[in-house]
Design a protein around this ligand. Structure first.
Ligand SMILES: [Ca+2]
Ligand SMILES: [Zn+2]
Length: 410
């Protein structure tokens, strides 16, 4: 009896389950594709609609002034550009670009004691232990300290297998400078282990195995841009020796990095970029992302340079409002001049770190680690500081320390 009942129950259950299976099949077969199509369609709509989903995207086709607030989703990112905080009160650059298993690391400042902070971040992304491309823009501590550590301190070259290293072709550093000697030693050791090393001058000239344009990944190109100061020293300082590059994703998105290049270098770069690219229409050509030259200094991001590249998003690597270089408030990074110049093109300006009390070593995240990434056909800015993912002009620091430019005042 019990057995029969059970069998009867089982037969009934099987029938019910079969009906469910048919329904689930129908849902999976018919409704889900519609849902997915709808989701894909929605991604292409304006940001107003996407706000319903609590995420806002900036997409190429959108004219909206909305800024993104979505969290970084590395499983969705086809390419991501990361501007890192450096674990101390000092301004410096360190940018990671990742697409697939390929990473490009541009610079590693601000001090040798930033290396553990940078390593903790990189380890999340450099999952194969190999950094395919390293660019060292120029021989200033806030850009190359992480490569130029004392012998007993691990450098980036000690920590990762760096495959291709592209660095500055000129420097005013003396051979006797401790940090420069450290750099040469660490670089030579990495080359000894198999790294390829080229200067930006060799890259631009396609010499000695170096390339001007690298196909770094399936959809990603990296072009080393012209700089007169790869070929002759700039006696006025190190900044104009900076290696500059344009990274292009999917023939559509352009990311521009110019190290600490200053106005005279910028103008030469912009003019040569136009003659090197006769196929581009510079009345409409834009870069989607520009790392503010020289940390938002008043001597970089010059008006004519920006007019060539028309940045849509700008990230500033600095400890904002720090007296590290000057006591004059308006000339502290990001400077008033920089803000006035960039404001002509965009109000989407983000800043990594904020100085609180320089003398007492106090600093906090401004936007924190900033990630600009492409996934699902949209370009999104994500900030590690959950309390501030807004652009600079909305911040209390900005309101207290900078004059709002006319073009941001609408
Ligand atoms: Ca890798
Ligand atoms: Zn710098």
């Amino acid at each position: 009896m019990a057995r029969r009942n059970k069998k009867k129950f089982s037969a009934g259950l099987t029938a019910v389950l079969s009906v469910f299976a048919v329904i689930i099949g129908l849902v999976a077969g018919l409704v889900l594709p519609l849902y997915v199509a709808e989701a894909k369609f929605t991604e292409n709509l304006t940001t107003d609609i996407l706000e319903v989903h609590t995420e806002t995207f900036y997409s190429k086709s959108s004219e909206s002034e909305e800024v993104s607030t979505a969290a970084f989703d590395k499983t969705q990112a086809e390419i991501s550009v990361h501007f890192l905080e450096l674990g101390n009160k000092y301004t410096g650059d360190c940018t990671l670009i990742k697409t697939g298993d390929t990473e490009i690391l541009i610079d590693c400042g601000s001090k040798s004691n930033s290396v553990p902070t940078v390593k903790a971040y990189l380890d999340e992304y450099v999952t194969d232990g190999k950094i395919e491309y390293v660019i060292v823009t120029h021989a200033h501590q806030d850009h190359y300290a992480g490569f130029a550590t004392p012998e007993k301190v691990d450098s980036i070259f000690d920590l990762y297998e760096c495959k291709t290293i592209i660095d500055f072709a000129q420097t005013n550093q003396k051979e006797s400078s401790t940090m420069y000697k450290n750099y040469k030693r660490e670089l030579a050791a990495e080359v000894e282990k198999g790294a390829k090393h080229y200067t930006a001058a060799e890259c631009y000239n396609n010499e000695n195995g170096a390339k001007r344009v690298y196909d770094v990944a399936e959809k990603t190109k990296m072009e080393i841009l012209y700089n007169k100061y790869y070929f002759e020293k700039d006696g006025s300082g190190e900044n104009n020796h900076s290696v500059s590059c344009m990274i292009t994703f999917d023939d559509e998105y352009n990311f521009l990095f110019t190290g600490d290049l200053e106005e005279k270098g910028e103008l030469i770069l912009a003019e040569r970029y136009k003659t090197d690219h006769p196929e581009k229409d510079f009345s409409s050509f834009k870069v989607d992302l520009y790392k503010a030259g020289h940390h938002g200094s008043k001597t970089s991001s010059s008006a004519a340079f920006l007019e060539t590249f028309k940045p849509e998003i700008c990230c500033v690597c600095c400890c904002a409002g720090s007296p590290e270089y000057t006591k004059t408030n308006e000339n502290q990074f990001p400077t008033q001049k920089f803000i006035d110049n960039i404001s002509v093109w965009t109000n989407r300006v983000y800043v990594t770190t904020l100085c609180v009390d320089y003398d007492n070593d106090e600093f906090v995240s401004f936007n924190g680690n900033i990630v600009v990434w492409i996934g699902g056909g949209a370009l999104t800015v994500s900030c590690s500081n959950e309390n501030n993912s807004e652009p600079l002009y909305k911040s209390e620091w900005f309101k207290a320390n900078r004059k709002i430019p006319d073009s941001w005042n609408t």
